[in-house]
Design a protein around this ligand. Sequence first.
Ligand code: PDD
Length: 289
Amino acid sequence: MHDTNNIVFLNGQFLPASEAKISPMDRGFLFGDGIYEVVPSYNGKLVGFGLHIERMQSGLNAIGINLDMTISDWRNIATKLMETNGKGNLGLYFHVSRGTDVKRFHAYPEHIQPTVFAYAFEIPAATTADKQGVKQYKVTSTEDLRWKRCQIKSTSLLGNVMHFQQGQDAGVQETILFNQHNELTEASACNVFMVKNNVVLTPPLDNQILPGITRHMLLNILRKDGTLQVQERALSMSEVRAADELWITSSSKEIAPVVELDGQPVGNGKVGDIWQKAQSLYSANKYLY
Ligand code: PDD
């Protein structure tokens, strides 16, 4: 897949990425005024598609963007992008900005058309519940310095980008975040789960975290299975540091085991048994959503 020859979708048309142009007066460019989604697909099969489109719609509603597109319009775009970009393991990126204005003015302009962009990019192969083969993550932690509307999947990602970069600068792959009360929120591009005494724990949904689709599906799958106890509640930094297992979840990673936090081993420093159980249930059920 060669990036500039990729076929992308922009405002109703499919065209090579190199020919897709937007105005510098687009409010997505000037203000980060938009909503986005990333939907994973494996060999043409989409994961959690309806849930992703619902979340995008609620984000658009929250910021007052009226978009005249149905779930089947989005599905048609996804299908075409998968056909033209060779199926495989693809993330589908959907982006709606408020549109292009004639001037830079903060208030929402009336009568402008949203800019709609979509493209496909390669993601890692689906995770398998293999303790030896799975990619192991190391993370650092820091105070969550983003805004108080993290439930909105906004294209204004500078806060997340800066936190992600902190991890990169420390030589690890993610940064997990704690609020000013030392409670876990999420990571810069993932939700976070921990395990203690065989109980699976994750922070509850509120304005401090993105309502992750992987998180939602995993909680649902675990509750239906019923073997493991699951709790959504506030988690203190000391609880996280004493966790038996730590996981980060996102559309492109599924459930990723974390073996090191701030230079210290998580639990015994190895990928855990509960991770294996959770990832295997997730793999078996993820196409049902
Ligand atoms: N990241 N929290 C944040 C801040 C995220 O950016 C993401 C996703 C998640 C996990 O959500 P989901 O399970 O719906 O992917 C949680 C995407 C993949 C990204 O920005 O590329």
